[in-house]
Design a protein around this ligand. Sequence first.
Ligand code: SF4
Ligand code: SF4
Length: 66
Amino acid sequence: MPKIKIDKDRCKGCYLCVVNCPNGLIKVSKTLNVKGVKPAVFSGGKCTGCKMCAVICPDGGIIVYK
Ligand code: SF4
Ligand code: SF4
């Protein structure tokens, strides 16, 4: 099954990936990263590998593994 990896310390907390994952698989962390923001985290589940999250991330912080 496809999955993603989010570089939590690169994340600036814009949450574009959170709102654009068609399957709602990306959530907001409860803890802060090195930038002092709560990064996006992959919650697991039925990722289709659509790459929407990776394409929309302005900081290139998401890698999709198919
Ligand atoms: S789109 Fe990128 S920078 Fe924005 S919340 Fe998601 S991982 Fe972080
Ligand atoms: S690849 Fe698609 S389904 Fe998987 S987490 Fe990213 S946006 Fe969601």
